[in-house]
Write a protein that binds this ligand. Structure first.
Ligand code: SF4
Length: 233
């Protein structure tokens, strides 16, 4: 496969054709920040945190999707890039509960994002969904990164139990006809919980532990009764 050579932050790097700018930067040891991107999911460029400047022209492009091209000059932390990332984070913080999203909180600190920049913004306030013994769904913490939908679908499990629903600010992740999870095709593999970056999806037992329940109470709540000891023969 032919190679392309490009400049990233004034450093030259040669990568094979089709490599994304994100991967090319990683080859140089540079970490471009990401949120919706996950190593094992198809990149969709939804969150736009990984935007970079190419040849100094508008618009900024998502590094997770944009292939490296011969001779381009990429700036990963120009003033425009930093301002764009900061604004995205400030908008997220204005609408979503990020209290259990440590990676995003770290990005906010790194970019000096002001979480109170949009004090009058509407917040995502939806009831917590607790409809199965395996995991809870708290979409007030959901940033719509789409990772859970992807692993439930073609990226891993092929069960298609969840997808986007609603429009605009009302967009959320949901099941068909808002069915409770046990009435969907969900097989409770847990992969959606594993890739969720914000705590919107959480194992039920972890949630009950946080609420102060004892291990016995948790056992009863998630298994419907105490585990019986087998009698010795
Ligand atoms: S529930 Fe979690 S993984 Fe799914 S879209 Fe929301 S933040 Fe992303």
């Amino acid at each position: 496969m032919p190679n392309v050579t490009l400049m990233i932050d004034d450093q030259s790097v040669t990568v094979s054709t089709g490599t994304t700018i994100l991967k090319a930067a990683q080859q140089l040891g540079r970490q471009i920040p990401t949120i919706c991107y996950h190593e094992h999911c198809t990149a969709n460029g939804l969150c736009r945190i990984c935007v970079v400047e190419v040849n100094g022209i508008k618009p900024l492009v998502p590094a997770c999707l944009t292939p490296a091209r011969e001779g381009i000059k990429v700036a990963t932390s120009s003033v425009r890039v930093e301002r764009s990332r900061r604004t995205i984070l400030e908008m997220l913080a204005s609408a979503v509960d990020l209290s259990q999203a440590p990676e995003i909180e770290r990005l906010m600190r790194d970019t000096h994002a002001d979480r109170m920049r949009f004090p009058d913004a509407e917040r995502r306030a939806v009831p917590l969904l607790d409809d199965n013994p395996m995991y809870i769904r708290d979409y007030s913490k959901c940033i719509l990164c789409w990772r859970c939908v992807q692993v439930c679908a073609d990226d891993a499990q092929f069960t298609y139990a969840i997808n986007f629903t609603g429009r605009g600010f009302e967009t959320s992740i949901g099941t068909f006809f808002d069915k409770p999870m046990p009435e969907t095709t969900c097989v409770f593999c847990g992969q959606c919980v594993g890739v969720c970056p914000t705590g919107a999806l959480k194992p039920k037992r972890e949630s009950l532990l946080e609420q102060g329940l004892s291990l016995d109470e948790i056992m009863q709540a998630t298994r419907g009764g105490k585990k019986k000891r087998r009698k010795s023969p």
